[in-house]
Design a protein around this ligand. Structure first.
Ligand SMILES: [Zn+2]
Length: 285
């Protein structure tokens, strides 16, 4: 059993995994002729993926016609083979991920957890990926927007009629800005989120991990506090460089940083990775 399944809007189900509170989303068309059902980031344990299959099978389309990856990180791409005949949607760069590294990450975690899958996991071949700007669900449209910053291959999905944003690994109440791509891109993506919220009257935001933001005020709080962290981090690292600190010394100096008013201590390793990235070091998730 998954941790929980919520229905925040008509035709939208959010299933939270027992692994890292990963949110998988099933989106069914609710227009006059619903023809498509999209499963977003199908994760993680086989019995949880079976629940997603059952949810998709109960939609008007009768199955998942599309699988969407919000980005190519291994915790978000595991279930795509379980929806045969579906079309894969992702940022074009997701097709260029290191398939072997992804497969090794998943196999290692499965070994640790004693997870047995119906077949060995394989990353999707490049030819399987499509990158449309929008998709017709049958009388209504879902829109996709490149969302780099966390990773270069991030993608937002917006349901204008249902005032909903599927954000991938942004705007979470359980995570903070993990920057593996670039701080500048991360900031523009947060500003894009704000713009989309205004343009489409977004009232709910589904993060890749954690709880749904169920009001425009909560979404704006997440945007503002994530931007605030980026701004302070950027300024503090710039000052550390002016002061001649190396990366080790900068990490030491910035260990008392806060995020959303709390000490950053619980996220110290990720915070240090962000500092390394701003020092131009290669940082792997
Ligand atoms: Zn993730």
């Amino acid at each position: 059993m998954s941790k929980c399944t919520l229905q925040p809007a008509p035709g939208v189900w959010v299933q939270t995994s027992n692994l890292w509170d990963i949110n998988s989303v099933v989106i069914a068309g609710t227009g006059p002729e619903p023809t498509a059902t999209v499963v977003v980031d199908p994760a993680w344990f086989p019995e949880e993926i079976a629940e997603l299959q059952a949810l998709a099978a109960a939609t008007p389309a009768g199955r998942a016609t599309h699988v969407l990856f919000t980005h190519g990180d291994y915790d978000h791409v595991v279930g795509w083979q379980d929806f045969p005949g579906s079309t894969l949607i992702a940022h074009p760069r997701a097709a260029r991920r290191d398939a072997a590294a992804t497969e090794q990450h998943i196999a290692a975690l499965d070994r640790r957890n004693g997870t047995v899958r119906p077949r060995p996991y394989r990353y999707a071949p490049a030819a399987a990926f499509t990158s449309p700007a929008s998709l017709d669900l049958g009388g209504e449209t879902i829109l996709f927007f490149p969302a780099p910053g966390h990773q270069a291959d991030g993608l937002f999905a917006v349901l204008p009629q249902r005032h909903l944003l599927v954000a991938g690994d942004y705007l979470s109440d359980e995570e903070f800005p993990f920057i593996y791509d670039s701080l500048a891109h991360y900031r523009s993506t947060l500003l894009l989120a704000r713009e989309l919220c205004q343009k489409y009257g977004i009232e709910q935001e589904i993060p890749g991990h954690g709880h749904i933001a169920a009001s425009s005020a909560e979404i704006e709080y997440r945007i503002r506090t994530d931007l605030d962290y980026l701004d302070r981090l950027e300024a503090a690292v710039a000052q550390a460089k002016v002061d001649g600190l190396d990366v080790r010394q900068a990490i030491d100096r910035l260990q008392d940083f806060t995020f959303r008013g709390e000490p950053i201590s619980g996220l110290a390793a990720a915070h240090a990775d962000n500092i390394r990235l701003l020092y131009g070091e290669k940082v792997e998730e």
